[in-house]
Each structure stands twice: as C-alpha cells, then as structure tokens.
Ligand binder design. Structure first.
Ligand SMILES: Nc1ncnc2c1ncn2[C@@H]1O[C@H](COP(=O)(O)OP(=O)(O)OP(=O)(O)O)[C@@H](O)[C@H]1O
Ligand SMILES: [Mg+2]
Length: 254
C-alpha cells in the first residue's frame, strides 16, 4: 500500500482561508476517486459549521479520551478500531471522510506526541490524501502537523500584516528544519485593488507562490452559510479554480 500524501494547511494569519481551501481541496481529490481524509486540528476552526455536521462526543474528542485513559500510547492495531469509529463520511461523497475536532479546550490536550500518533494512525489507513486543517497559533499540536506534512500550504492575504507574519513564520520553519521545497504559498482573496504584489512578495520570501485565489465573497458567504461548499454548488468557474489548484499541488509531489 502506497503511503498517503499528507498536506497541512497552516498560516500565521488567522482567517486567511485554511479551512475553506482544505475543504474544497478535499472535495476535489475525493471527486477524482482519491480516498481522502480531512482532519480538523483547529479548535476554533470553521469546518464543523461549514460542513453542518454535529461534532459533540465523536471525532477527535473520543480519540483524545482514549489517549488520556491509556497509560502509554496504545498499540496501533488496537487504536485503529477507535479511529475508524471516530471518522464520519462527508455527506454522500464516498471517498471523502472527516475527522472532526474536539472542543477548543479538549484540543489543548493534544501534545506533539499525541498529534504525531494520530497522524501516524491516519497514515496506516488506506487513504490516498490526508489534508490537515490547523489553527493559526504556534502550539505543539500545530507544529506536529507542520512537521508531519509532505507539503505545507500557507494561505496568505494581500496585506502587509499578513506578509510580515509569513516572514516571521519563515524563520520558525527554518528552525524546525522544514525544507523550502515542501512549502507553498497560496495568495487568497486576491483583488486588483490592494496595491500588494504577490509576485514581489514571493521573490522576497523565497517560497513558491502556487496560486492566486480571487476574492469571491458573495459566493463564499452564501455557500458557507448554506453548508454546501462552493465546489458542490454548481458554480463551474469556482469548481474549475479549485480543480486547477488541486492539480498544481499534485504536480509538486516528487
Ligand atoms: N477566496 C475567498 N474569497 C472570499 N472570501 C473568502 C475566500 N476564502 C475564504 N473566505 C472567507 O474568509 C473567511 C475566513 O476563511 P476560513 O475560515 O477558511 O479561514 P481560516 O484561515 O480557516 O480561519 P481561522 O484562522 O479562523 O481558522 C471565511 O468567512 C471565508 O468564507
Ligand atoms: Mg479555519
């Protein structure tokens, strides 16, 4: 069995589109027939609301309880049963599974050891792609998600504050010894009015800018509130945009 591709979405800038991109990319890969797991590692992330799936008591919550009650890390075979029970299918899309987050307070229990163990468990299942959505703070859990990724996608906004945070984050990635080749920027909510040049920023920071996603506030808001992701909304242009991004990401995998 081929190891799944682990893609983490993280950005030091909150609200930059991590969850929106994670959900829409997961849909794309599932539509291509790649069995996909979306792991919600963000305590306050928007995924449960975006997906309109109730989370209480299941998902990561039940897995964290099992880990806390174990004296040492459980045997993978034994834990796999709990893991399978914690996963929910995404609506009626066969190849798309979700592992939803626990409450923000319970997510704080995820040390780097627990987070690594959970991602390792996911990798032993038969997924082709594992997408990991994170929150923006620098904590053990998010660092473990960054370190275990094959590709790290950093959504950024077109403003100097967001850019500055990415410059600071670059130093952190260097101290974690994350190779530059694994890191890609995605400029999100791009408009021609911002006066911010993504190309110049790319040159300055030295990470590849993989894509520029336009600001599509009207569509996004309506679809987030209805629980139907843009990709499933019948908007061909939007769907084609995420399809292209999903393809570009796959081309980066060596
Ligand atoms: N391309 C886009 N055009 C317009 N609005 C967008 C776009 N991408 C995301 N948004 C909106 O921006 C807001 C933040 O997006 P999202 O929740 O995906 O960001 P996030 O990085 O996951 O945030 P958080 O740090 O809170 O987890 C949401 O209201 C979302 O609908
Ligand atoms: Mg989020």
């Amino acid at each position: 069995m081929k190891a799944p591709l682990v893609i983490t979405l993280h950005s030091p800038q909150g609200g930059s589109g991590k969850s929106t991109l994670a959900l829409n990319l997961a849909l794309q890969y599932a539509k291509q027939g790649k069995k996909t797991l979306l792991v919600d590692m963000a305590g306050y992330g928007g995924l449960p609301a975006m997906c309109k799936i109730p989370i209480r008591g299941s998902g990561l919550s039940s897995l964290i309880t099992v880990l806390e009650q174990s004296v040492e890390l459980p045997n993978y075979d034994h834990f796999a049963g709990y893991f399978k029970d914690a996963i929910v299918p995404y609506k009626d899309i066969r190849d798309f599974h979700l592992l939803l987050s626990a409450s923000p307070l319970k997510m704080e229990k995820l040390s780097s050891v627990y987070t690594d163990y959970l991602i390792e468990t996911a990798k032993k299942e038969d997924y082709a792609v594992i997408l990991v959505d994170t929150s923006s703070e620098l904590c053990e859990r998010n660092i473990a998600c960054i370190e275990s990724a094959d590709l790290l996608l950093i959504p950024t906004l077109q403003d100097v504050a967001s850019g500055w945070k990415v410059i600071l984050f670059k130093e952190i990635l260097a101290s974690l010894h994350i190779p530059k080749e694994k890191v890609y920027l995605i400029a999100n909510r791009v408009t021609k009015y911002s006066g911010f040049s993504n190309k110049e920023f790319q040159e300055e920071i030295g990470f590849t800018l993989l894509s520029e996603i336009p600001d599509i506030s009207k569509q996004v808001q309506r679809h987030v509130n209805s629980g139907i992701p843009m990709d499933l909304s019948g908007k061909r242009k939007v769907s084609a945009m995420f399809q292209q991004l999903a393809q570009k990401i796959m081309l980066q995998v060596v």
